[in-house]
Each structure stands twice: as C-alpha cells, then as structure tokens.
Design a protein around this ligand. Sequence first.
Ligand code: SAH
Ligand code: SF4
Length: 373
Amino acid sequence: MLTKKYAIQQTEENWIDWFLANGEKSFRGKQVLEWFYIKQTFNPEHFTNLPKQIREKLQNDFDWGLPIIDTILPSSDESEKILLKLHDGLFAECVLMPSENRVTLCVSSQVGCRMACTFCQTGKMGLTRNLTTGEILTQVVIANKRLIERNILNRSVTNIVFMGMGEPLDNYDNVVGACKALIDPKLFGLSKHKVTVSTSGLLPQIEQLGKDLPVALAISLHTADNEQRSQMMPINKKYSLEQMKQVLLNYPVQTRHGITFEYVMIQGVNDSLQHAKKLVKFLHGLKAKVNLIPMNPHPGAANMVATDFEQMRIFQKYLADRSIPAPVRYSRGQDVSAACGQLAAKRKDEINLPPRTVALARRREYLAEKVKQ
Ligand code: SAH
Ligand code: SF4
C-alpha cells in the first residue's frame, strides 16, 4: 500500500506543485497555508474557498494527522515545556515563555543534534532526524492554542528563538521555509527582528542566510580561544574563529543590536579575565551584544558547573567598560529541564535519568514502533 504524505509536512512549493498537477492555480498553495496557520484549521472539508472536488482530493491524497501534545511540564516561573509526539513516534519539544510584554517560544529544528558540543545535553543524543517546515511551524500553532487554554488573553507568540533542540543551519531549507512563513504578513506576521536563528557556526549557511532572510542572527560562541573552542565545539575544527570573523564582518546586520553572541559561563573553563580579553578582541569591528548564560548543569556534563555570581560580574564589567552590552541571562524553566542546553525530549517519567539512558530507551521504543508499522 502506498503511504500518504503528511499534509503538515508540505511546503508552499509542494502545495503549488500539487495544485498545478491537479489543474488548479498556484495561489491555492497559499490558501491552504492560510487555513493552517491563520485559521488553525487542518481539515480540508472546512477549506470553504476551495472547490468541493479539490477538497475531496486533498482529503484522499494526504494524511491530515497533526503532532499531538504528549506532555506539558509547567515551570514555577510561568514558562512551560511542551513535548510533541510526531507521526513516527519521535518527540520534539518547545518552551513557551510568557512575560509582561512579550511571549517567546523556543522552538526545535531537529530531533537531537549532530554537533556534539561537550556542554550540551542535546548534543549527547546525536541526530535522529530533521524536523520539516510543517513540524517547526506546528510548534507555534500549538503554543498559540496553549495561550488561549491558559487564558493568557489577546496574546499569541511574539518572539521565536531557534534555541531548542538541534542546529537550525544543519536543517537549512526547512528552517528557512519556516522563517519565511513566520515573517510573512499573510501567515504568522511576526516582526523579522523577533525571529532569531541561533547557530554554532556553520559558515557557508550563515553566508547564505544573510542573502536569503532578514531575521536576527545569534552565534553560540562560548570562547574566543580557537583551540579551546575546537575542544568544546567540534564544528570549530571545520570552521575556525578567524574564518567566522570574516563571515560576520560581511554579514548584513539587521537589528539594532547587530549580532547576538551567546556565551555559556562555565566555572574555571571560559570565565577568566584572559577569556574576556580574547572575547573583546574577537568582537572588535562587529556590532555585537553578548548574552552571558550561566551553565545549566545536567547529568551528561556533571563536571561543568556555572561560574559564580562574583566572577560573572567581573567578566560582565570588563565587557561593559569596553562598550559591549553583556546582560546575564538566567534560563527559564530549569525546574522542568526546559532551559538552554537541557532539551533532550524527556518525558516526565524520564527527567532524572542520564541522557544516554533516555536516548537508548527511546531508540528501542522507536524501533519497536517501526516494526509494528
Ligand atoms: N544549535 C544551536 C541552537 C540550539 S542550542 C546553537 O548551538 O546555537 C541553544 C543555546 O543553548 C546555545 O547557545 C547553546 O550553546 C546553549 N547551551 C547548550 N548547552 C547549554 C548548557 N548546558 N547551559 C546553558 N546553555 C547551553
Ligand atoms: Fe547542537 Fe547547539 Fe547543542 Fe551544540 S549547543 S550540540 S549545536 S544544540
């Protein structure tokens, strides 16, 4: 039996191709996406601006199943982690963070990640698969529904950060497809300054992103010492800091703040004044802001802990005295493993298990499900 394609996985181009192949005009592609993302309707029977026969054909040709919410883990700080079960039994997660004047959603771009940064829990999982454009966008749809359920009225997600599981630029086409829908005034209509793609530094893709999209860019830097960065982040062996600097100097800076650099503060590792000096030197000539993020400990990196408050202040002051804004960003949702670098798609029953145990158990479940299908 031929398996049907999942409607939620189709891009605008896919829809256009399908409509043209079925004797319809290409604008129908956008109409379907409007039903999905503006009207939150995923049943073609209700697509009233489409001819009846075409609606029936849509119903027959595609599988209309959506990812389902598996678990919601509310944090004491109002944020919550939403774990989604995808059609193939895998899990993806996003973190919803409402605050006074904005609602930020941290989305995943992959199940796992193959970049293997030493301090990151997702990195311990390895990569299972890319998320499709539709799967990235449904995280936003589901988050908007949650805001209504939680009675956070008249609000929908205002800011998106690609800081969940995965390396967004390692899944370039799907992430760019999702960003285009997010800033499209006829779809999600978010401000281009409020969609941030965070990357560990895939240079050819950063160059391409500068040409393709006006969204904000964040670089996970974590040290300005080339040798040390190669130890912490294997991608640096391929693309050095010197090469990164050249690419960033040529990057079309889009937001007021220029480029955001994320810097996880790990005690005794990258938090000395020597490191601050190297950082200032690296940033010279760039319009930069640095987010200092205290390391979130997890069982997979038990020897790494956050820099203490005093040392963080010294580091921060060194940067501020040289006109580099460097706010300390405390991750939200730490009590439910929703903080940066703690996303490893854990269900409630798995929260205290080491990432390798969780990954192995998941793999077994996934294979068992595959055998059943
Ligand atoms: N792969 C992309 C985006 C996802 S990671 C990237 O690396 O930029 C999101 C952010 O969480 C990155 O800045 C990452 O370096 C940071 N992070 C990873 N592990 C962390 C940890 N244990 N504590 C604090 N931040 C962490
Ligand atoms: Fe992947 Fe980012 Fe984690 Fe590195 S920090 S392993 S790139 S998710």
